[in-house]
Ligand binder design. Sequence first.
Ligand code: FNR
Length: 370
Amino acid sequence: MSVDAIHSAEDARLIAKRRLPWMVFDYIDGSAGRETGAVRNRAALDSITLQPRILRDVSSRNLSVPLFGTHAARPFGIAPMGMCNLSAPGADLMLARLAAQYKVPHGVSTVSSTPLEQIIEVANGHAWFQLYFSGDGDGTFKLVERAKAAGYTTLVLTVDVPEVGRRPRELRHGFKMPFSIGPRQFFDFALHPRWSLTQLAAGKPRMANFEMDGYNFDRIESRAKATWGTLARLRDMWPGKLVVKGVLDVEDASELKKAGVDGIQVSSHGARQLESAPTPIEMLVKIRAEVGSDFPLFFDSGIRSGEDVLRALHQGADFVFLGRILQFAIAAGGEPGLHRLWTILSDEMSIAMAQTGQTMLGKKPVHSFG
Ligand code: FNR
């Protein structure tokens, strides 16, 4: 297949669905519970209208935005995702090269499938380290020191996983890290030989940050012991930018600002955690009103097009992160597939900017829900 068959994020998803073993596709695509959270967020995004404007010279348009003292060439970056190399061998480094090229942040997961040191090097510094607090926190703080030593200057603390959400689609296939391959998985892999053979040649994907002494991580271990005290300790030990990801409450946002964090990422973890959480795109408007227009506010969850990015920016986000769709683009077409989707998203945004009379991105009046 040529990547020319990809014309939208949904095209990439459908091709990925054919290519990936069910277990891997459903791990990436699945959401919590009955998946109504994802549906509600999609409906809320779809209800946001962008106002067409006419007869303003929009022939030259700029998609770059300021971000923590630098300029990102796009208003969207790469959300941290664990075990990306499941979508294809080398996926983490494809994302890192993309981040370097567009000077956008690559969120590097605590459970990345490539060591955090290698990713920031390939990303040419455009990488933010995402931290999960885990167990009693010992390994967590060691990981922070390691990220600092590797040259990371932005730390993203993910706070919406006190316990890993139940995602029935992934549970049904027996998804586990590290992998265990029983008869069911064997059958699944046998039916997807292209994926299985490339993975076999590359070696099993691994939780690469945990192969050194003293760094243990159990994907499903409770992360419930984290408190505001944990955040204060992190703030004390981390000299760089500190972002808290997975915030959906106005009061929490206000407390985080008081606690001295440098940015907040409004997110429902792509609807993978609390099924009945309020929709992140609606909370974004409320949180923006609370923290004021100058406080760095980021958004992810459910972004599927360049127009979605513009919608989120209009609702008050300074920068937006993309999750699943990037992995689907890689599964569908490798690195060319990823670049193809990235170009599509950029074109969709640029065209929508022209249609709405904008040549630059910046603070916009908030549009209401239709
Ligand atoms: C994630 N996400 C995530 N977040 C995080 O902070 N650390 C992590 O390790 C992971 N791992 C992860 C794996 C997979 C397969 C997915 C799909 C997501 C959540 C991610 O950062 C982001 O919040 C959502 O993916 C955004 O929603 P969309 O764009 O996928 O709809």
